[in-house]
Design a protein around this ligand. Structure first.
Ligand code: AR6
Length: 228
């Protein structure tokens, strides 16, 4: 199956492309794919398992190193993204983020929006041009797809329009965030001093695994665009 089909929904938001794709996120040829991870960062089922299988064992080795050396053994916080290499994936990077667990975490709407926004901000600060997301929290973490689709697409559209602009942050702040997110110090400094902000991201892709989820996201995208 081709990676992007001609009948995938695609809209222009402030000069950038927002595309809905039905397919497998591990096959996407983008600068970074986002992983719906858990707090251990050490893999799991669902999209997390698929990404680790496709990327190869080097991905788990890097995740273990980040847990030990960057996070001092602590769990990753919900909505705080961590970037690694993509290894055997077409994508050069994986951005791992933990979404809210519905029915358990308070303020799941705020946390889910923060998860999307923080990933986009990290990607922009790292100078990435294209990012693909799965439907975070709507599998094992139990959130309703209709609810999640409105938050995901509303947050992405707002970010692309500039209200999630990272350009206001100082380069030092940006470098610190990227360093915490798992890049080396020198690389983080380079990334933070390159042009960043949403101006850098040319395409955001939402990759839905099933046709049913694709249809829900397509309806949500029409609603989000009509409301704004
Ligand atoms: N490509 C795109 N989407 C996928 C793929 C794929 N290859 N595989 C599954 N999905 P889930 P969560 C969709 O459960 O709810 C893991 O164990 C799937 O159909 O992967 O955030 C982690 O380690 C669903 O729509 O993520 C955590 O413990 C969506 O991805 C926990 O699950 C998200 O489902 C995270 O739960």
């Amino acid at each position: 199956m081709p990676e992007v089909r001609c009948n995938d929904m695609q809209v222009n938001v402030a000069g950038r492309t927002l595309r809905l794709v039905q397919g497998d996120i591990t096959e996407q040829d983008v600068d970074a794919i986002v992983n719906a991870a858990n707090k251990t960062l050490l893999g799991g089922s669902g999209v997390d398992g698929a990404i680790h299988r496709a990327a190869g064992p080097e991905l788990l080795t890097e995740c273990k190193r980040i847990r030990q050396e960057v996070l001092g053994g602590a769990y990753v916080q919900t909505a705080q993204p961590v970037m690694t290499n993509g290894y055997r994936l077409k994508a050069r990077h994986v951005i791992h983020v933990v979404g809210p667990i519905c029915g358990i975490d308070p303020n799941p709407d705020r946390l889910l929006a923060a998860a999307y926004r923080n990933c986009l901000q990290l990607a922009a600060e790292a100078g990435l041009k294209s990012v693909a997301f799965p439907s975070i929290s709507t599998g094992a973490f139990g959130c309703d797809v209709r609810w999640a689709s409105r938050i995901a697409l509303g947050t992405i559209v707002d970010f692309l329009r500039g209200s999630g602009d990272a350009a206001g942050a100082s380069e030092k702040d940006a470098a610190e965030r990227i360093e915490r997110a798992g890049m080396g110090e020198a690389k983080a400094r380079d990334a933070a001093t390159s042009h960043h902000g949403p101006g850098g991201i040319a395409e955001v892709r939402m990759v839905l695994f099933t046709r049913a989820d694709y249809d829900v996201y397509a309806e949500a995208l029409r609603a989000v665009l009509a409301e704004s």
